[in-house]
Design a binder for this molecule. Structure first.
Ligand SMILES: NC(=O)c1ccc[n+]([C@@H]2O[C@H](COP(=O)([O-])OP(=O)(O)OC[C@H]3O[C@@H](n4cnc5c(N)ncnc54)[C@H](O)[C@@H]3O)[C@@H](O)[C@H]2O)c1
Length: 419
């Protein structure tokens, strides 16, 4: 027997349900999902980057996505790309650049030491810190770096440039130390392997001693080279690596491994507050045109109408990240509580042969591609697993390789008049 429902009760239930539905719609409109996620991410950490701009795990760069900003509001390092380009793609106008520096009261300003700050990556980091209004001390021995990379800041009241070799002690009252000093390209670090080892070992000890003394937070720029010629793919931070300790690359690979060991020894023994970034291949404006790295080599060869040279068969793989993504990652790590090593790289993986073809098609379709003898201990596969970076510091690359290559080409055209 069916239960008969009075029409008035039915209408009443309908009104209650309709009211509940209306309330639900109102709540979702007031607190959209993206806002809820941002608030969650902000609790103790930083917000995720704009998901539309993420370029992940593809073998070809996305053709349509173009970044117009760098950084994040949560760290306070967000800037228009168009403004940043004034620092490396336009004739330097100090007044215009200095006018972009945010004003901060001394009490709000961080004092930041950047070792290797006149180098390729270091100079972009210095730019961002300066624009944020921090007080920046840049030390460099100019082995591979150039004073011209940071000369637009010389004379600014928030900036000090010090010629110093990190192999020797250095003291300054600072809150944060970004320790980048170390040649990064194979011809440069192999030029004097003993000096490279001293820079990585003694240089890191000196900077950790300073961090201990002044209670500064210390960030080491380590490298994917700590994984050597990896047997695990892609490389996660838990992988201990496969390094030849006596090969020609060992001065750099083992130097960085000992630098990591020192970093965690000072953390365990002396409670130094440490961060370790394992950086994968990075490219961009201010790369040293003579440093023999694959991106600058290929771009310059294509621009000069010379053969694009591949060492070995070209089946070895690499992943390339644009320098502004790396700077975002370094700052996200420094301003986060996570202490274990974090991979910073773009997981888009290319074979070197594919990449050579890509550069040829983008820059000079007449270039020929030429294979030379393979170099010793050249890693066969290189691709970061960036799950940890995504989960722990809420970072992932935003620039496509295409956009980065375009800016880098523009930079070389402006700065190498012989082209
Ligand atoms: N660019 C990359 O693809 C990449 C990849 C992995 C790791 N890294 C790491 O990032 C850091 C920066 O690399 P980069 O590409 O800017 O290289 P870079 O050679 O352009 O910069 C290194 C800077 O350190 C300075 N330096 C070297 N030895 C020094 C010393 N003893 N004392 C003081 N200064 C010294 C150089 O003059 C230069 O300015 C390095 O530690 C490197 O190992 C870079």
């Amino acid at each position: 027997m069916g239960v008969r429902v009075k029409p008035s009760i039915f209408v009443g239930r309908f009104i209650v349900l309709a009211f509940a539905f209306f309330c639900l719609i109102a709540v979702v409109n007031i607190f959209p999902l993206s806002k809820v996620m941002t608030v969650q991410a902000a609790v103790g950490r930083i917000a995720p980057r704009n998901p539309q701009t993420i370029n992940m795990g593809e073998n070809t760069p996305k053709q349509n996505s173009t970044q117009t900003t760098v950084g994040s509001d949560f760290i306070g390092n967000k800037f228009e790309l168009a403004d940043l380009r004034n620092l490396y793609l336009a004739p330097i106008d100090k007044q215009k650049i200095w006018a972009m520096v945010r004003k901060k009261a001394r009490s709000q300003q961080k004092r930041v030491l950047v070792t290797g700050g006149a180098g390729f990556v270091g100079s972009h980091l210095v730019d961002r810190l300066m624009l944020m209004g921090e007080y920046v001390i840049c030390i460099d021995n100019y082995f591979t770096g150039r004073r011209s990379n940071v000369e637009h800041w010389e004379g600014h009241p928030n900036f000090e440039l010090v010629r110093h070799d990190v192999e020797y002690e250095y003291t300054a009252e600072v809150d944060q130390i970004y320790h980048l000093a170390c040649p990064a390209s194979p011809p440069h670090y192999q030029y004097n392997p003993i000096k490279t080892l001293k820079t990585s070992s003694l240089g890191t000890i000196n900077m950790l001693e300073l961090a201990k003394k002044v209670k500064a937070r210390f960030l080491l720029t380590s490298t994917s080279e700590v994984y050597g010629d990896p047997e695990v793919h892609p490389q996660k931070e838990e992988y201990w690596g496969h390094v030849n300790p006596i090969g020609p690359r060992a001065c750099y690979d083992e130097g960085k491994r000992v630098a990591e060991t020192l970093t965690y020894a000072y953390h365990r023994h002396d409670n130094v507050d440490v961060r370790v970034a394992r950086i994968f291949n990075t490219f961009g404006p201010r790369m040293n045109e003579n440093d023999g790295r694959v991106v600058s080599n290929f771009i310059l060869q294509a621009l000069k109408n010379e053969p694009i040279t591949i060492y070995g068969s070209g089946t070895q793989t690499r992943s390339f990240q644009y320098v502004h993504d790396l700077v975002d990652g370094l700052m996200a790590l420094m301003n986060n509580e996570f202490k274990l090593p974090v991979n910073l790289g773009n997981p888009d993986e290319y074979t070197i042969a594919q990449f050579a073809e890509y550069i040829r098609n983008e820059i000079n379709k007449n270039s020929i591609i030429k294979n030379l003898n393979a170099t010793e201990d050249d890693p066969q596969r290189r691709q970061p697993d960036i799950t940890r970076a995504k989960n722990e510091i809420h970072w992932q690359p935003a620039f496509t390789v295409k956009q980065g290559i375009q800016e880098t080409v523009e930079y070389f055209k402006i700065n190498l008049p012989s082209l």
